[in-house]
Unconditional design. Structure first.
Length: 132
């Protein structure tokens, strides 16, 4: 059974994760903002999209369709996203082995690593808050 039962639950958890990181550790977004990096997570099982837009300060988060063009697209399942945020798998290894499909400039992915690290710290609380 997938970690996220539906798209609404996925979005609720991601809102908590990124909102908490922005509130408690805004410096995690510095590299993203400096590089004006936009990253879209295209998630399946359940279907959804989460976009982090570093072209604005503070960064803007979109849950659902994104009208702009992201610098990086990451395609993954909800369960892979869960493992990534629990730090059970490496983003770089998952891209290399095809677990996460990657489109964009791989060098720009570095700008996202601090956000992922900060997200690892708050993800367990976001799961609990949303009954998972």
């Amino acid at each position: 059974m997938p970690v996220f039962q539906d798209t609404e639950t996925l979005y609720a958890v991601m809102r908590d994760v990124f909102g908490t990181v922005l509130e408690k550790n805004p410096k995690a977004f510095d590299d993203m903002l400096k590089n004006r990096l936009t990253v879209r997570f295209k998630i399946s099982q359940p279907d959804g999209q989460v976009t982090l837009d570093g072209k604005t300060r503070p960064p803007k988060f979109t849950y659902g369709a994104f009208s702009g063009r992201p610098d990086i697209d990451l395609e993954l399942t909800g369960d892979v996203l869960d493992k990534l945020l629990k730090h059970e798998i490496s983003a770089q290894k998952s891209v290399m082995d095809g677990t996460i499909k990657f489109k964009g400039n791989p060098l720009k992915l570095q700008g996202m690593l601090n956000v992922l690290k900060a997200s690892n710290a708050v993800y367990p609380d976001a799961l609990k808050k949303n009954g998972l």
